[in-house]
Every structure is written in C-alpha cells, then in structure tokens.
Design a protein. Structure first.
Length: 178
C-alpha cells in the first residue's frame, strides 16, 4: 500500500523538479538570458528586475535538486510555491483561467501552486533522503511531512511571495484618457 504513495510522491517530486529546472535554465540561458528576464520582470512591475530575475532563477535552479533527491521537501515546495504565487498574481491572474488565452491564463501556475502545497504535506515519500532523516529522527525532522510540512511550505512560500509583492511589485497603471 505504501509503495503506491511512494511512487506518486516520487513522480510528483520529479515532475516539479523538471519544471523548476527548465524554468530556471530558461531564465538563465534561454532567449534573452538573465538580462531579458530582468527586463520582463520590470515590464510586469517587479523592481528591481535584475535582482528578482537572479533570485527567481536561483530559486528555481536550487529547488530542483532538492526535489529530485527528496531532501528538505517542504522547503523545496516553499520555493516552488513562492515563485508560482508571484507569477500568478503579478502576471497570470488578470488573463483568465486558461493558459491558451492571450497573455497566458493562470491554470498552469495555479496547478503547480497546489501541487507544491500537496508535496509539502506529503513530504519526500519513502524513496527520499527525507525518509532517512525521519527514520533516524535527525534533529526532530517531524516537520518534513504532514501538517507541519504543509505549514512550512505555505508560510515560507506564501509569506515570501506576499512580502515580495508588497515591497517590490508596482504594476504599471494604464494611462488616463484626456
């Protein structure tokens, strides 16, 4: 019975890890590279764009190996959650639900947001480094799954996103007519 949960958790970790690795890689090395990502951040009102492009890229690249290994999974989920909540609010929410809408809707980032929350609650699963830490009761690792894991992911990821949006997001206002 637990093997099904372990397989599901592993697949969820790998899927989120691949997604974050691809996003971080694209921000750093694709298209306009970091300067292009910085310009895009500035265009949606996240300033200074250069700092936030670097931080988002490092977060995405940093959580990927944690997810692949199942190491400190709720912290990795918090990183995913933080990046996705900022993307959801700063860019996608205004465009409606479906991703195929002009400007890209929010279905994709909302799905990843909830997947990260779910993974925070599930923890790394049986096939993870977290499982070894929990089994050996390393430094009270009870926070690596369950309600504690969910709260770690939600508070750190959601709180980090809220702090960033409150302090650094100044959406462009449409010009007044007349």
């Amino acid at each position: 019975m637990t093997h099904g949960l372990d397989i599901g958790t592993l697949l969820l970790r790998v899927a989120l890890g691949i997604t974050m690795l691809a996003h971080g890689y694209n921000h750093a090395f694709g298209g306009g590279k970091l300067p292009g990502t910085a310009r895009w951040f500035e265009s949606i009102g996240i300033r200074p764009g250069r700092v936030h492009a670097l931080l988002a890229t490092l977060t995405e690249l940093g959580v990927a190996p944690l997810l692949f290994l199942g190491l400190l999974t709720p912290l990795a989920a918090a990183g995913v959650l933080g990046v996705m909540v900022v993307a959801l609010i700063a860019n996608h929410l205004k465009n409606g639900y479906f991703i195929f809408r002009p400007g890209e809707g929010y279905e994709y980032v909302l799905f990843i947001t909830f997947a990260a929350l779910g993974l925070g609650a599930l923890g790394g699963g049986g096939w993870s480094i977290d499982k070894v830490l929990v089994d050996h009761d390393v430094a009270g690792c009870h926070w690596l799954y369950g309600w504690h894991g969910l709260l770690v992911a939600a508070v750190l990821g959601g709180g980090g996103a809220a702090l960033l949006l409150a302090t650094c997001w100044r959406p462009n206002r449409p010009a007044a007519d007349g």
